[in-house]
Design a protein around this ligand. Structure first.
Ligand SMILES: Nc1ncnc2c1ncn2[C@@H]1O[C@H](COP(=O)(O)OP(=O)(O)OP(=O)(O)O)[C@@H](O)[C@H]1O
Length: 337
């Protein structure tokens, strides 16, 4: 069993206004092990940021306890807290005129003396953090001139420079393009698997969650909190239910789709590199794969100047198509009964 980097016991998070407590989430119980990635998932306004801010001690818990590596979060000194927990928020917090390098260097604050002088060892950690986030070329640029995605990389580098045990990220992929999202996923995998960091991030990206999370921290419409492996929560239908019952998850493809999509069954007769693309196209067409289905799709890869060709067979008739766009048009459930 992995050591718990973060333990949440019977916690309540929320706000205090006019002397009155307003709980957003109650009865929270969760563990995050060293080397694990947990994804915090819930609808807009469900309380993800409130929970992350409470775990970072930006706001006090309204009840219960949180422990970081066995120590009470509430009792850590600011310096201890900064060595244990690093946070990346989506809001713009750092001054825009600071060079990216200096922003990352702020992450060394819990290790430097009062003068904040950086030792060669501190500089090595900063360089490593910039390298880990592929932000070396941004180091000399003012933060205010960076794109959202570039700024996000610098803010993650700053968090890494803290050398924390626990990394909290609030929607880190929000501004990132597809490639940057993949790089972020790879980075988080490296940080957890190879460096043993415990990472909790809020996200609306369910497909990445199903693919990469060790644990899902799930908040449903009634603000009930559940944790579990993505497959266990998915198998029990809890993720679809939590997100308003408005989704259908296909465990084979790892994708979600709107409900009510007609589910025509289609069989795929073939293999090779075209199988995955054909399968994807058929699912996009609103079909499910069933090898006993009467509608069958087969293909030949094509050679030399002849491209691939797909054949759709149904009820004794067959149609040949030359590309997957045409295949989708042929198998769409509204196409033929
Ligand atoms: N400072 C505050 N004072 C009082 N209530 C707040 C405050 N900040 C947020 N809330 C309320 O707390 C609830 C949870 O908000 P929160 O920002 O944690 O949700 P979220 O899950 O992060 O949403 P999103 O996915 O939209 O980012 C909302 O009802 C919100 O209005």
């Amino acid at each position: 069993m992995t050591a718990a980097a973060l333990t949440v016991a019977n916690a309540t998070v929320g706000y205090v206004a006019g002397g009155r407590k307003r709980a957003i989430l109650s009865d929270l119980r969760a563990n995050l092990g060293a080397g694990e990635l947990a994804c915090l998932v819930g609808l807009n306004g469900s309380g993800k940021s409130t929970l992350l801010r409470s775990l970072a001690r930006f706001q006090p818990l309204l009840g219960g306890t949180v422990e970081v590596c066995g120590q009470s979060l509430a009792r850590l000194t600011p310096r201890q807290l900064a060595r244990q927990v690093a946070v990346v928020l989506t809001e713009r917090t750092a001054p825009g005129q600071m060079r990216a390098y200096d922003v990352v260097a702020l992450g060394r604050y819990p290790y430097t003396g009062i003068a904040g002088r950086l030792s060669p060892a501190d500089r090595a950690v900063i360089d490593e953090a910039l390298a880990a986030t592929a932000a070396e070329t941004l180091a000399q640029r003012p933060l205010g001139e960076l794109s959202d995605g570039e700024r996000q990389r610098v803010m993650i580098a700053r968090a890494l420079a803290q050398q924390p045990e626990v990394l909290l990220l609030d929607e880190p992929a929000a501004f990132l393009d597809v490639r940057a999202r993949m790089e972020l996923a790879a980075l988080l995998t490296t940080l957890t698997r190879e460096r043993g960091l415990a990472v909790l991030m809020s996200t609306h990206d369910l497909e990445q969650t199903m693919r990469h999370a060790d644990t899902v921290w799930l908040i449903d419409e009634l603000r009930t909190f559940t944790t579990g492996a993505p497959e266990d929560l998915g198998r029990a239908g809890l993720i679809e239910k939590a997100l308003g019952g408005g989704l259908d998850f296909d465990p084979d493809t790892g994708t979600f789709r709107a409900p009510g999509s007609p589910h025509r069954a289609v069989a795929l007769d073939g293999d090779g590199p075209l199988l995955a693309w054909t399968r994807r196209a058929v699912i996009r067409a609103g079909c499910r794969i069933d090898q006993d289905a009467p509608i069958r799709v087969s293909w030949v890869a094509g050679a030399e100047r002849r491209g691939p060709r797909w054949t759709v067979r149904a009820a004794g008739a067959s149609v040949d198509v030359q590309d997957l766009g045409e295949l989708v048009r042929q198998v769409r459930p509204d196409r033929f009964a």
